[in-house]
Design a protein around this ligand. Sequence first.
Ligand SMILES: Nc1ncnc2c1ncn2[C@@H]1O[C@H](COP(=O)(O)OP(=O)(O)OP(=O)(O)O)[C@@H](O)[C@H]1O
Length: 251
Amino acid sequence: MTETLLDIKGLRKSFGALVATDDVSLTLNPGEIHALIGPNGAGKSTLIKQVAGGLAPDAGQVWFAGRDVTGFNTAARARAGLGRTFQISSLAMEYTVLQNAVLGALGARGTVWRFFRPVMQDAELRGVAEAALERVGLMDHRDKRTAELSHGQRRLLEVAVALTLKPRVFLMDEPMAGLGAGGSKRLTGFLDGLRSEAPILLVEHDMDAVFALADRISVLVYGKVIATGTASEIKANRDVREAYLGQEEAS
Ligand SMILES: Nc1ncnc2c1ncn2[C@@H]1O[C@H](COP(=O)(O)OP(=O)(O)OP(=O)(O)O)[C@@H](O)[C@H]1O
């Protein structure tokens, strides 16, 4: 029996009269990629923020590894193993690629006092950081300032930072955004292998990537999940075609 790692139960969030999250329930099981798709403004980012801890829901709960983490802030959820990735703004642009990865590894230790020690000389931290850079193919760029990286390379660095945190679940909000076809393909291959390490809740507009990767897809429209299923079930679902895929085909 697979034990659900992430259990989102009846989340609701309104902004004034707008119901951005309307009684959403979703699960994420070990080994899977569960993609969340939907038209612009459907509420995907709002949902991810509530799962990661940056936005408090009006109602509902987030359970992670058998614990109710709804009252936890982002840092407490991250320490528990709920890893949100792809916030490029969280990279320190003036630092080198390796320094950013080392800071990630330092964060995983959760010991603030370490900041006062020469962390770059810490062999264990460097080892974790370098292994993560190696995995995403950024070792050759480790001494570059992060500001000098291309957009795609910064995205890969965010993945590397996330890897140093060794999360039990990845929350990813549009990781393919701004990557060219080659970059998307490469990241798709990487995420494919990553799911066995930690399952991924993936918000993504790149439908090729979603259909290639997702074990399950949930479709969000006006804050509500209108369907959950495999890629072929979702492609064949009439409501989905009308609400979302039809729009894609028409464009
Ligand atoms: N802080 C906020 N205050 C008011 N309205 C908000 C706020 N955040 C989001 N919204 C609204 O909630 C709705 C859902 O937005 P959200 O960004 O979650 O959608 P999305 O599915 O992620 O869209 P996209 O695919 O374009 O990124 C939108 O109508 C948006 O304008």
